[in-house]
Design a protein around this ligand. Structure first.
Ligand SMILES: [Fe+2]
Ligand SMILES: [Fe+2]
Length: 273
């Protein structure tokens, strides 16, 4: 399996643009998969530089209803007329972030795209094909990240704390290995891995994604929390590649605890697993 990072908060070299967002291209023997499309048209720019033809993508998965993962959706639908786009049925609800200055900023998806015929709405468990499935409605064994603070949704005209029912994860099987990818892990990285384990009866071989250990408005998770997460992750025996909302300082702390079990991926990174 080949994984190319099209969009991330940082870049591998100056040749690649970066932004607060995520987009990963995954190529297996059978499928060309796009997971998230970043915040803007950057995914397409970097895709061209990384020899990825967006028109050839078989299907797109949007992890959750935040602009930094689904902001490039309109452009994707212009570039690719054949791919199905899997989005959780709650993802087009209105989502907001409370900024430090006190104002509520809209951070949801473009609601005008909701009726596009390429979109397929998913719920708790969705099998795309024999090798790939999506799952959400995560059981909460551990509290969700504190860094979700300041994230809200609209329900029945009221603004309430976001429950993150709109967040889904993808699992891809190939050659006896399973790759689990999270978008932001707003439901908690431990909860997501535990949920995967409960569904499948084994741990993933690889985990890639944002682990939500930082918030742009409210700072990072404390070291005790990060150390406990590191302990759990090491025990899974999986290899981790993290990015985006994990945050650089929390990543460095994970790395301090986990050594070679974890690495960081930036826009321009290519990994083969
Ligand atoms: Fe998010
Ligand atoms: Fe995000």
């Amino acid at each position: 399996m080949l994984i190319k990072t099209l969009v991330e908060n940082t870049s591998l070299t100056q040749n690649f643009g970066n932004e607060h967002g995520l987009s990963l291209y995954i190529e297996t023997n059978k499928h060309k998969i796009l997971f998230d499309v970043g915040a803007s048209d950057l995914f397409l720019e970097n895709a061209k530089k990384m020899d990825v033809n967006i028109a050839d993508v078989d299907f797109l998965v949007i992890s959750h209803g935040h602009y930094d993962h689904g902001g490039g959706l309109k452009l994707f639908l212009q570039e690719n007329k054949k791919a199905k786009v899997y989005i959780h049925k709650e993802a087009f609800q209105k989502h907001y972030s409370l900024r430090q200055a006190g104002e509520m900023e809209y951070i949801g998806l473009d609601a005008d795209l909701k009726n596009n015929s390429q979109i397929i709405f998913t719920s708790d468990y969705y099998s795309i094909n024999k090798e790939v499935f999506l799952f959400s409605n995560i059981s909460l064994k551990e509290p969700k990240p504190k860094s979700n603070k300041g994230l809200f949704m609209e329900r029945n005209g009221e603004i309430i704390n976001d429950c993150f029912a709109h967040e889904q994860n993808i699992a891809i099987d190939e050659g006896g290995k399973t790759l689990l990818i999270t978008g932001c892990a707003h439901n908690g990285i431990i909860n997501i891995i535990e949920h995967f384990n409960a569904l499948k009866g084994y741990m993933p071989s690889y985990v890639i994604g944002g682990f939500h250990l930082s918030s742009r408005s409210f700072g990072n998770e404390d070291f005790d929390t990060i150390d406990n997460i590191a302990k759990y992750l090491i025990n899974t025996k999986a290899k981790f590649y993290t990015c985006h909302c994990t945050g650089i300082k929390p990543y460095e702390r994970l790395k301090f605890n986990m050594g070679d079990s974890i690495d960081y991926i930036s826009a321009g990174s290519e990994i083969v697993i």
